[in-house]
Design a protein around this ligand. Sequence first.
Ligand SMILES: C[S@@+](CC[C@H](N)C(=O)[O-])C[C@H]1O[C@@H](n2cnc3c(N)ncnc32)[C@H](O)[C@@H]1O
Length: 414
Amino acid sequence: MAHVRRQNRTIETGIELQFLSNDDNMNNKNKTTDQKSALSKYFAYVKKNRSDLIKNYGDPHSICHNIIDHPLLENIPECARFLFSESETDDLNYIIASTYALLIGDERRRELSAYFTPPALAKGVIKASAPFLRSKEHPSVLDPACGGGSFLTPITRYLVNKKRDNGIAVEEACRTTLRDIRGVELDPGLAALSQSLLKDMLQRTYAYTCGPKPEIVRCENALSASLSQRYDLVIGNPPYGKVGIGVDRTYLKNAKLANLGGHTNFYSLFLLKSLDWLKPSGGLVFVLPTSFVAGPYFSGLRQEIMSRADVLSIDLHEQRENLFLGAVQDVCVLTLQRRKSGASASNRQHPYKLGLIDATGARIVCGTGIARGDGEPWTLPVAQRAGRSAPHRKSPRKATNHEPCARFRRITSC
Ligand SMILES: C[S@@+](CC[C@H](N)C(=O)[O-])C[C@H]1O[C@@H](n2cnc3c(N)ncnc32)[C@H](O)[C@@H]1O
């Protein structure tokens, strides 16, 4: 990964992934004030007029399809007209998926944990997964809780572009890439929507029309799904929240030491299940709450992870508020590599890279942490938020690979 110095910060540029997106100018930093304000006005409008929109235009799924096919609907507010016509592909897809999440109502949204990854963070997560995407000519990729496809669509574009750069014709590049991309999603409307958004991107970007096969996104409960294939990369942002007392006992049994009964978090179950879906040496890159890094309730999860995989990096996102629409949450990006064979974790420990992801998706290098296999806490860089706002940027000390940034403190207990 290449590095540049910008404002005294060491930032991984991800230069080799520049062709990841045709929309590279769409990060938060470059977004105009107009776009940001249009976005918040638009989301407020959808939330407030939910019942009327459904009465006038049909169910959430039909409304979102209408936006894909006819983005300039009549009788929509100016902010929506502006966003639908000015937004780049990944931004627009995020807007459409979030429209769906708002239209299904708060209760269903909470039940699904339908809080989608914004494009700038998705870009940072995909950069973290670059070694696994580059490791093979045809890497296979799974998002087990794919929502609106915030990872599936940009990864598909990246892989198609990579093949085209290697001289493969566009038709062949699209066809072979689709063979290896899969999503699972519990909600039928979202499963159909994410598949439509991906196909729409292929049509608009490459004039490639997909047939009904392959089915890219399966509508299924990932925790009970049996997938025959194994993947080079499992990427995602799984649901967070406790499983509750009514949960299927077999999910908990599979979690072994991470099983806390009804207090077990869904993301622990997704993580362990996803490790089983990886090929040996395959990579898992997940957006997760920071609680598992040092929390005492996650001691068993840390042991289970260490018995199956190596921790490569943990990157904290510096933004807690205004990252997810309608939710306040500390998150980090965890990158694991599945080991070739399982091993006892108790006396295992190894270093991993620490980083900080900023609002644009760029990664700031922050030294190393130690992953222990005995359940003891791991380390995380913590942004010293003044009044819970983003870390101040004046006079940062230069960070190296061996030393944490002065702006961060390391935590070794919860
Ligand atoms: C936090 S959202 C993330 C979606 C998407 N990966 C993203 O990052 O934008 C979690 C998604 O998981 C889906 N989901 C919840 N429970 C699931 C389950 N048991 N199996 C599959 N998908 C599930 C939800 O409908 C929601 O779309």
